[in-house]
Design a protein around this ligand. Structure first.
Ligand SMILES: [Zn+2]
Length: 431
């Protein structure tokens, strides 16, 4: 498996254990207001979350990972609750459609959050319900206010706009952010460490680069392409970047995880870019997710190729824009070769999965690499003008929403002015 195939690997592994279980009670979360205090040395968290949601059901079901639930309240009054199979169930006392409940919790998560005591670092990775009670469903987008309590010596980053920072006793500091755009919970998150910060601006977007083991000059070189990536992705998406800041963190461990308005990247990525300034694949892939994945989000993991295949394709497209056609074709050839190995082993499948419960390594290659290769083939089939018009139509029409594969097909056919049924039957559905 090539190094690149590990991108978001953790994400997929964890997606595989989320499971679908019994049918979910219909709940639409509108807003989370959370306070979290991680203990980096003890590798634990404690916190509370106020969840505002709409439901017509007599009880609410939430994902609580392996967290211990300490209390559940509505308007200050304790509520009964039960926990089983990583689900918190709370019978609701009133008939109102929009409710608020508050949950206190603590735990020592084994995944979804990583602690590095020797580096004084902590960051989240995809499985939000392991560190905060929520609905782990990519189609349930919500806004967030988030308070994070950490040692005052650390530099934290989380989703959206930093509102305030206030000192607390025992050398701690509480930082508060507000995320006004509704986003799926798997891209909720934060990172913190003894980072120094380099800032720059492109039009209305402020970039922040956080790192420890690199000089400021090195950090500027590592992220030199980021403003150009913004211009390129905005142009190809037909939609402006949705936040005011974008932060890239060079963090401990082997991470490559997009979150809303920031990305955690492994430090070896920085070393690679310093060696070869064109080696920005990972930075481009994760930045592309701010459009494809974060804002245009697969409705469920069965359509995961819309997140990852498009992000992988857009990474190759950025390399083409920046370094020429040969750089693009090198990536496309890699995607195709990875896919052909899977096909030769007799493990080719539809890009739309019947369920994404236990994906194999080959399934992941299909979603990431066959997905990107198929988008490339579609570009060849449609021609430059129709293809990019179609991608812009798809992105604009579904920005901030959830998508399934037929949404992608419909936008592409509309831009093309004729049916692409045969193409998608052959390459996506394998019929
Ligand atoms: Zn990805």
């Amino acid at each position: 498996m090539s190094e690149r195939s590990f991108v978001c690997l953790v994400l997929i592994l964890v997606a595989s254990v989320l499971g679908h279980g019994s049918p979910r009670i219909e709940t639409d979360v509108l807003h989370y207001a959370a306070t979290l205090e991680p203990d980096i040395v003890a590798k634990s968290v404690k916190g509370s979350v106020l969840i505002r949601f709409a439901t017509t059901a007599p009880e609410v079901e939430l994902d609580c990972g392996d967290l211990t639930i300490d209390a559940v309240r509505a308007a200050g009054a304790p509520l009964k609750f039960s926990v089983a199979n990583r689900k918190l169930r709370v019978p609701l006392p009133s008939e109102r459609r929009v409710r608020e409940i508050e949950i206190d919790f603590h735990g020592t998560p084994r995944y979804g959050i990583r602690f590095f005591p020797d580096r004084q670092q902590v960051y989240t990775v995809f499985s939000t319900s392991q560190w905060m009670v929520c609905v782990d469903d990519p189609s349930d987008k919500a806004t967030l206010t988030f308070k994070l309590i950490l040692p005052a010596s650390l530099t934290p980053i989380a989703n959206g706009q930093l509102l305030s920072q206030r000192e607390l006793p025992n050398n701690r500091r509480v930082s508060e952010w507000r995320q006004d755009t509704a986003i799926p919970t798997y891209i909720f998150g934060f990172a913190a460490g003894p980072f120094h910060v380099v800032k720059e601006k492109r039009r209305n977007v402020e970039f922040q680069y956080l790192a420890t083991n690199f000089t400021q000059d090195q950090v500027r070189r590592i992220f030199r392409e980021t403003p150009d990536m913004l211009d390129f992705f905005e142009d190809r998406a037909g939609v402006k970047y949705s936040e005011k800041t974008y932060t890239q963190v060079l963090a401990a461990g082997g991470v490559a995880q997009e979150m809303d308005s920031f990305t955690a990247l492994r430090e070896t990525y920085g070393e690679e870019v310093l060696k070869n300034e064109q080696d920005v694949w990972l930075g481009a892939h994760e930045f592309a997710h701010q459009w494809w994945g974060n804002m245009v989000t697969c409705r469920d993991w069965n359509h995961f190729w819309l997140n990852e295949g498009i992000a992988n394709f857009m990474t190759a497209a950025y390399l083409e824009h920046r370094f020429g056609r040969a750089a693009y074709m090198r990536e496309i050839d890699t995607y195709r070769a990875n896919y052909e190995k899977v096909r030769a082993a007799g493990k080719d499948k539809s890009l739309v999965f019947p369920d994404w419960l236990n994906p194999t390594r080959e399934d992941r290659t299909l979603v990431y690499d066959k997905g990107a290769y198929v988008v490339h083939l579609l570009r060849e089939e449609m021609g430059e003008r129709n293809f990019w018009n179609g991608l812009r139509l798809f992105t604009k029409r579904h920005f901030g929403k959830s998508v399934v594969t037929t949404d992608f097909i419909a936008a592409m056919e509309e831009a093309h002015g004729k049916s692409l049924k045969e193409f998608f039957a052959k390459w996506v559905y394998l019929k």
